[in-house]
Ligand binder design. Structure first.
Ligand code: NDP
Ligand code: 8X3
Length: 252
């Protein structure tokens, strides 16, 4: 019986690339996202390689998440790997100019949604134990503050620390937890963040050789298929073109 990967945010970017990577290895897939047309297209593409169960799901909707997990049919109910990938950034304005509703949407998705999915699947992962994995997609934004990062940075710092604390609680269960923190990566993430600003998208990635979703998918698959006695706690990944800036000092 093939293993099952439960992937949130499978309609785009990292999540879709992960779905393709796991499908290529013959895993069963549970694919979640809000855009049902994209789920249908991806399911049709991947069903030639593996069994696919798509769930139109907003991770912010707690009862819907719980119901979707409770209703997982065979052979998808025995989840081996949870890829907590659904997330977003909204805006790049300084905190003092930000829209509170955007802050709340990031918190509801990146923190509340991720914890809700985790809470719903934990009993199944613990029941299976050794060899299972939770792979949370954090970000360099959770490690390194930058102007306009404000709540997005905070939400990804939560993902990292929650991942490490989960490891503590799961000690002895055999369930692994990894937080993968990518840097500059090319995906619709930037269009979502900028409200569809294609010029901003083009400018951000121009000449930068950013991480591609397939790079993340290969890394997630590697994490998920490590020997069961190994746990990568945290992994930060940047394109070679990216590193740090000096501190900024305002002079009087
Ligand atoms: P995309 O915008 O390409 O994909 C985001 C995915 O999240 C989509 O499939 C979207 O699906 C899903 N999603 C968003 N909100 C919800 C929701 N409320 N409920 C369910 N699904 C949701 O971005 P990426 O692939 O780049 O981002 C994936 C993750 O990686 C995010 O957590 C992001 O913060 C993180 N990340 C991204 C980086 C980057 O530079 N791109 C770098 C570091 C981390 P749908 O709209 O159909 O619901
Ligand atoms: C996405 C990477 O640098 O835009 O998490 O915050 S960054």
């Amino acid at each position: 019986m093939p293993n099952t990967a439960f992937i949130t945010g499978a309609t785009s970017g990292f999540g879709r690339a992960c779905a393709r990577r796991f499908a290529a290895a013959g895993w069963n897939l549970v694919l979640c996202g809000r855009r049902v047309d994209r789920l249908d297209t991806l399911q049709a593409e991947l069903e030639t390689q593996c069994a696919v169960h798509s769930v139109c799901l907003d991770v912010r909707e707690t009862p819907a998440v719980q119901a979707a997990v409770a209703a997982l049919p065979e052979p998808f109910s025995d989840v081996h790997v949870l890829v907590n990938n659904a997330g977003l950034a909204l805006g790049t304005a300084p905190a003092q100019d930000c829209d509170l509703e955007q802050w709340h949407r990031m918190i509801d998705t990146n923190i509340k949604g991720l914890t809700t999915v985790t809470h719903a699947l934990l009993p199944r992962l613990v029941a299976r134990g050794r060899g299972t994995s939770i792979i949370n997609i954090g970000s360099v934004a959770g490690h390194w503050p930058y102007p306009g990062g404000n709540v997005y940075c905070g939400s990804k710092a939560f993902v990292e620390q929650f991942s490490l604390a989960l490891r503590s609680d799961l000690q002895g269960s055999g369930v692994r937890v990894s937080c993968l923190a990518p840097g500059l990566s090319e995906s619709e993430f930037t269009l979502v963040r900028t409200g569809g600003d294609q010029a901003a998208y083009d400018a951000l990635y121009a000449g930068a050789e950013p991480i591609q979703p397939e790079d993340i998918a290969d890394t997630v698959f590697w994490l998920a298929t490590l020997p069961p006695h190994l746990n990568v706690n945290a992994l930060e990944l940047m394109p070679v073109s990216q590193s740090w800036s000096p501190f900024t000092i305002t002079r009087r």
